[in-house]
Write a protein that binds this ligand. Structure first.
Ligand SMILES: [Zn+2]
Length: 344
């Protein structure tokens, strides 16, 4: 499962803090502009003739583009292909392999430009090979998350209270669902709804991934720790060989750090109480294990196994969008009461 992980360097810090889908970027930039050619008029001529903006690459190849404000790098991703571009650097990391570009990537008018020749010869080739390997079984457009407007790299990191971590993604599907689908799709749908509930309550929250992309567990941890969030909530779905197993579980790490352990336990209790009160699902209690994302994060952290996809009733319940709203409203309520308790 982790073969790609080995190839991935630490620099693959694909914090999807500001997932920026550049396909809209171009539209935004062209608003009110009837002739797309006008963008390339003399006033907007990029520094190099052989330049292409990442937004155009993203649009042409249906890629995700994320800007990492901590590392100051752009990440282009599609399934298992990850490309990291750093403005000012001539090196492009393609799936962890350093490639030399004809000139350094540069920023102009809130756009990151790289060599068009390099794009055609290296990036397009890698993507074509990956597409062929995947048999083009799914339309990339379908998995594109909510499109946000292109914005220049933020200069200051916003204070984040909650990190919402959608388990799995990309080539890591998580638990397989009988009858089709996998855990990664449900975790993303639930995490997106949880984010919305939190934001509606005025909580500053960020997701570790906002699309169907693979992000290594250590990168999720690194993101949460870099942002110094107040708490970390990982969303997962359970699966068991016994189909009768059902209900939700909340996991915390048996932490050596007593203060953090006590806070993680407090977070778990608040979330558990809210779920117990508002959901018809069976309460399986608070459990302890060394899962990497809750072990290596430095803030109070829980991993919520929302329901069992291996249980018919649980699966039917959790697959329903309205029930997901019910679940995430309860989760948000628990998180909010935990945050309030921190101030007491
Ligand atoms: Zn999982």
């Amino acid at each position: 499962m982790n073969s790609y992980n080995k190839k991935t360097p630490m620099q693959l810090y694909c914090s999807v803090i500001t997932i920026i889908i550049c396909s809209l970027a171009l539209c935004g930039g062209l608003a009110g502009c009837t002739n797309p050619q006008l963008v390339n008029d003399k006033a907007h001529l990029p520094q190099h003739q052989d330049s292409v903006p990442l937004s155009r690459i993203a649009q042409e190849m249906s890629l995700y583009v994320a800007w990492d404000p901590v590392e100051k790098k752009a990440l282009l991703a599609q399934d298992e292909v990850h490309i990291i571009i750093e403005p000012g650097s001539q090196i492009a990391l393609i799936c962890g392999e350093a490639k030399n570009m004809p000139f350094a990537a540069y920023v102009e008018q809130a756009e990151i430009y790289i060599s068009a020749t390099f794009y055609q010869q290296e990036i397009a080739t890698v993507l074509a090979v990956a597409k062929q390997a995947n048999g083009e079984k799914e339309s990339d457009k379908e998995i594109l998350p909510e499109i946000l407007a292109w914005q220049p790299a933020p200069t200051k990191t916003e204070a984040i209270q909650v990190i919402v971590d959608a388990g799995h993604g990309g080539h890591d599907p998580g638990a397989k669902i009988v009858g089709g689908g996998s855990e990664k799709t449900l975790t993303l749908a639930i995490a997106q709804k949880l984010l919305a509930h939190l934001q509606r309550q005025g909580v500053a929250a960020k997701m570790t991934r906002t699309g169907d992309i693979y992000i290594a567990r250590e990168e999720r941890v690194k993101l949460a720790n870099a942002l110094q969030a107040l708490c970390f909530v990982s969303v997962h779905l359970n699966s068991a060989p016994v189909p009768s197993a059902s209900g939700f579980e909340i996991w915390i790490s048996p932490d050596a750090n007593k203060t953090r352990y006590a806070k993680s336990l407090r977070l778990a209790r608040h979330v558990r109480a809210a779920l117990k009160k508002n959901l018809p699902l069976r309460d399986r209690g608070i459990r302890r294990n060394d899962f990497q994302v809750i072990r290596d994060t430095t803030m109070p952290a829980v991993l919520v196994e929302c329901a069992f996809v291996s249980n018919e009733q649980d699966l039917a319940w959790i697959s329903d969008a309205e029930k997901q709203e019910q679940l995430t409203a309860a989760m948000a309520q628990g998180i909010l009461s935990f945050l309030t308790s921190l101030r007491k």
